[in-house]
Design a protein around this ligand. Structure first.
Ligand code: SF4
Ligand code: SF4
Length: 66
């Protein structure tokens, strides 16, 4: 989901931190297919609806609200 702050800047609501070890647990949990695979998984801001499902299953709590 994209939101605007007072300066009109777009912000991501969830972001995966460097703690990610690419286990893949979050991928099937995302209802909007916002997560992309990689050495560190990435959440695409335009698709994320801020539901928190990825964070709920992550063993290292890498997806965090921002
Ligand atoms: Fe997908 Fe929800 Fe995580 Fe956003 S917060 S990446 S919509 S599972
Ligand atoms: Fe990375 Fe956590 Fe997703 Fe696993 S569940 S791929 S550690 S963000």
């Amino acid at each position: 989901m994209l939101v605007e702050d007072k300066e009109g800047v777009t912000l991501m609501t969830y972001k995966i931190s460097d703690e990610c070890f690419a286990c893949g647990a979050c991928l099937p949990e995302c209802p909007t297919e916002a997560i992309a695979e990689g050495a560190i998984y990435v959440i695409h801001a335009e698709k994320c609806i801020d539901c928190g499902a990825c964070a709920a299953v992550c063993p290292v709590d890498a997806p965090k609200p921002v």
